[in-house]
Design a protein around this ligand. Structure first.
Ligand code: NAP
Length: 331
């Protein structure tokens, strides 16, 4: 590992809460890791979208020196202003400056671009690539082959939880790679729980299996809402009937968020469509039926194309309600 960079006055890493005052103190280079706890590291972070920004900021709170890259430079500059760290011009520059590099971009294509494109991370002598994007298992296996070599490791680390959990270090992280990867200090800093699933690409497969279930349940609730409302049942009465059944917890989770267009986006509609499409592709690659994932993906895609691309995924409920009350077809 290269020389660590820590903040003066912090003999050890900051507490879990890591104050903003500590974050803003000037930094000096000292050659050794912090004496107690996990070492402070030079961490690269590629992708400062909704999740990446919060995760990278959390790593700053935990005392790491963070070197960031984002395709749109404004987000990288905003990150430096709000969280500190250093912004560089390319993924390759991140790999030249950091011991370990986390990647959190949107999908397979974005991962290919930041790793393999011109100025890509793999042009650098990076030693360890940790990929948290939700991607297909087949693509994760391809990435493993591209990344791994005698001096370079690949760990897949998709996450459950969203923006606030990322910011507070409360994600659940599924690890695919070597069993000892559950002890990667930066993953522990980001997570309430780090779970070893098995070799690559089992963590990517598990993440899609879980999201397929979560998102298909929401799609089903949205379609049933349209059915009830389309046949003249009042929305709140319908939700009330459901709350008398084992669906209570699911209805309570979505009854405000799903119908309130002002609810801030935590997980965009377009990414829900992507995850379900990837779940369908993973099922098909394993010669398994993909009826529900394919159908649910179409619903989220439809809402995305009709103006809800950047809305929270829960607004599929609102989308289906709007269709049901549009009066286009009287049942
Ligand atoms: N949001 C959640 O609650 C959540 C939870 C768990 C997992 N995830 C997964 O985590 C990943 C990131 O999600 P997010 O919500 O942070 O997405 P997001 O807000 O859309 O951010 C996507 C990031 O990927 C970058 N990107 C997209 N295409 C690119 C390309 N071709 N080349 C280089 N960079 C590219 C974007 O750069 P620009 O800023 O330039 O567009 C941005 O930094 C996704 O795989 C998602 O499924 C999300």
């Amino acid at each position: 590992m290269g020389a660590a960079v820590v903040q003066p006055g912090l003999g050890r890493r900051p507490s879990k809460e890591g104050s903003s005052v500590e974050r803003r103190r000037s930094r000096v280079q000292i050659p050794a890791a912090a004496p107690q706890g996990d070492p402070v590291m030079r961490v690269g972070f590629i992708g400062l979208g909704l999740m990446g920004f919060s995760m990278a900021c959390r790593l700053r709170d935990r005392g790491h020196e963070v070197i960031v890259y984002n395709r749109s430079r404004e987000k990288a500059l905003k990150f430096v202003k709000e969280c500190g760290g250093e912004a560089v011009e390319s993924p390759e520059a991140v790999g030249k400056a950091a011991e370990v590099v986390h990647v959190m971009v949107s999908d397979n294509e974005a991962v290919a671009s930041v790793l393999l494109g011109s100025g890509g991370l793999l042009n650098s002598p990076v030693k360890h690539v940790i990929l948290s994007s939700t991607i297909t298992p087949q693509f994760s296996s391809t990435i493993k082959m591209a990344v791994e070599g005698p001096d370079r490791k690949y760990t897949e680390a998709p996450v459950l939880g969203s923006v606030s959990e990322a910011r507070e270090g409360k994600l659940t992280t599924y690890v695919g790679g070597r069993p000892e990867d559950v002890s990667i200090p930066t993953l522990k800093d980001l997570s309430e729980e780090v779970i070893y699933v098995g070799e690559v690409p089992k963590a990517s497969a598990l993440k899609l299996a879980v999201n397929n279930l979560f998102l298909s349940i929401l799609a089903s609730l949205a379609e049933s809402t349209a059915l009830a409302v389309g046949w003249g049942i009042d929305l709140s009465e319908f939700l009330g009937y459901l709350k008398k059944t084992w669906m209570e917890g699911i209805v309570k989770r979505y009854e405000k968020r799903g119908f309130d267009e002002s609810f801030p986006t935590r997980f965009p509609m377009r990414l829900a469509a992507k995850d379900l499409r990837y779940a369908a592709q993973a099922l098909q690659r394993a010669c398994l039926p993909s009826v529900l994932s394919s159908a649910a993906s179409e619903l989220f895609l439809n809402a995305s194309m009709l103006g809800m691309r950047e809305n929270d995924y829960s607004h599929l409920l609102l989308h289906m309600l709007k269709i049901a009350t549009s009066g286009k077809c009287k049942a």
